[in-house]
Design a protein around this ligand. Structure first.
Ligand SMILES: Nc1ncnc2c1ncn2[C@@H]1O[C@H](COP(=O)(O)OP(=O)(O)O)[C@@H](O)[C@H]1O
Ligand SMILES: [Mg+2]
Length: 226
């Protein structure tokens, strides 16, 4: 693994206020993630895993602290810059797949490339190539409702990696899958990590994911521990 961190968090704190109640979810978290990582953030429900992943993915901003992507400090004051940072560098996989129901598998995978203005031919070739890699070469035209849960998550994985992001965030990616499909999905992501240089950071309390980690972290009382 390279010695230069891909992501670095310095004293990141995050709280939520509901009425007069303040919940301190993250308390001065420091962490570094490196290119090629297969890192899992584990912890019980409500411990702050999604909060941390959303901050890492620039989907949310902290109350305090600093965040570097490679050598560039994230500028939270500039929303446009944050969304460009997200689009150019990150892929996301969610527990509920979040596919667009009216689009086919292939069209769902092509969407991020349209947003990034790839050429038409590039888009067609790349989406088919990626869907083959995730084992769905024969389901290009199926809509999400015509796919099993495991297959839908494969489409979501394909969509997350299609524009070659520096890093993919996966929040509880196996939570809606049975054991057998969870194992297959984790094996697929492990293979993408090893063979296709995709870096992953997971939030999960599933042993299938936790046991596959190369770097395992736990969140407890707002602190991240390795
Ligand atoms: N948008 C929000 N507003 C208020 N409280 C929130 C919000 N998001 C999360 N929380 C609270 O922050 C804590 C951590 O939540 P979360 O990061 O979703 O945990 P996990 O993903 O580990 O289950 C929980 O107590 C949750 O209720
Ligand atoms: Mg969560």
């Amino acid at each position: 693994m390279s010695l230069k961190p891909l992501l670095q968090l310095e004293n990141i704190s995050k709280s939520y206020k509901l009425g007069s109640t303040k919940t301190q979810v993250l308390d001065k978290v420091n962490a570094s993630f490196y290119p090629g990582c297969f890192s899992v953030i584990a912890g019980s429900s409500g411990s702050g895993k999604s909060t941390l992943l959303n901050l890492l993915g620039c989907l949310d901003k902290p109350d305090k602290g600093e965040y570097w992507l490679e050598n560039k400090k994230i500028n939270y004051a500039n929303k446009k810059e944050m969304s460009n940072t997200r689009m150019r560098n990150f892929g996301f996989i969610f527990q509920s797949f979040n596919l667009i129901p009216v689009l086919t598998a292939k069209e769902n995978v092509e969407l991020p490339m349209y947003l990034q203005q790839f050429s038409k031919e590039g888009i067609r070739n790349r989406s088919e190539e990626i869907l083959k890699i995730v084992g769905l070469g024969d389901k290009l035209k199926n809509k999400p409702s015509e796919l099993s849960g495991g297959e839908q998550q494969r489409v979501a994985i394909a969509r997350a990696i299609v524009s070659k992001p520096k890093l993919v965030f996966a929040d509880e990616p196996t939570a809606n899958l049975d054991r057998k499909n969870a194992e297959k999905i984790v094996a697929l992501m492990k293979n993408l990590n090893k063979e296709h240089d995709v870096s992953f950071i997971f939030a999960s309390h599933d042993d299938t994911v936790i046991n596959a980690a190369n770097e395992l972290y736990g969140i407890e009382n707002g602190c991240l521990k390795s």
